[in-house]
Design a protein around this ligand. Sequence first.
Ligand code: SF4
Length: 388
Amino acid sequence: MNEDTEVAGPTASESSSAESTKTGDLQLESGDDITIVQDDAPRQTAQNERSGQNEQAGQNEQTAQNQQSQRAPAVPQKARLNPAQQQVLDELGTTDRPSFRDDLRDHLRHELEESLVPIVAEVPDPPLFVSKRKLSMVHGCEARFLADEKSEFEWSIPIARGTVAHKAIEILVARRGNPTPLDLVDDAMSRLEFDERSISPFLQSLTEAERADLVGQVNDLVANFVESFPPLQRTWVPVAESRSRAEFCDDQLSMRGVVDLTLGRPRGNEAGRVLIDLKTGRPQRDHPHDLRFYALLETLKLGVPPRLLVNYYLDAGEPRSEAVTEDLLWSTAKRVVDGVAKLVELTVQNREPTKRASGGCRFCPLLNECAEGQAQLDPDRNEHLPVD
Ligand code: SF4
């Protein structure tokens, strides 16, 4: 997901509707309810109006309802959520909205600058770019980080399925009506095939059978999202591919992040936004760190942190969330500084990389020559490996 797609906020009528704001916005007080607007609510209202015109004059109660409908034609109807959707809604909508101090952003920026200036001074060809992926790699196995930096990236069906699924959900956020998952996947494939991104030649090179395989896999992911995530309301201010960046050390260091989906918004110093990363595959220990990095960038951008960080696992339809605190932001700032220092040591000062075996060894280009990685993936084989 490399492009910004900002979704329009609530319409004027939605914004002015107290009920709509109270019930549809994710800026909830604890115990508030979120009511889902069903797609057929306006149509149902029109039917009620027509039917009301045919009722006899003495039906005062029906008339009152019709007048109410005319004042607020999009009055939400309570949608029936399945248990998975209700779980997500409960998790996203009912945590507290903490307030943060005015000068938090300034303090964070000052501390980051102070720590980063001497590190970045070692870089001969700035600017240095820092992303969640780089931080995650350099805090994992340093040997793999260096090997990945040198090897050429290659697209594959498993990698492409995540990219296409993200694009399809991005389209879902912006699109009106009720598109099916397959409609969304077709639309996403068409756009990605011809938008001059690095994935375009790969998609164009697929055989019919490979293309059908990819579409089928992504359709499954998108259907999981549609069926297990509550229908997105415009009053929740959904934004797909929300970008943040922060520059440091006279623009010699640039930190960038793109959040898959954000909901809600802050009120003054009161946190309100929920950051959601959509994940294919299984939960990994680095995933919470990715979102914490985004939370730091958002705090540096807006001055008020997000309220909640959610990794949403598409295969399992499962949210894993974490509330944002000031301590979490400070520990994230420290992790960023440590990561930048490691980046410079490894890529500029040529420090010998350390190894850290994990489940990720199976994707490492060094696996065939790495005893630690082979032992990690096959403990029985470890007995036959040469020992240093
Ligand atoms: S196989 Fe594992 S331990 Fe070895 S270099 Fe790769 S990631 Fe590191």
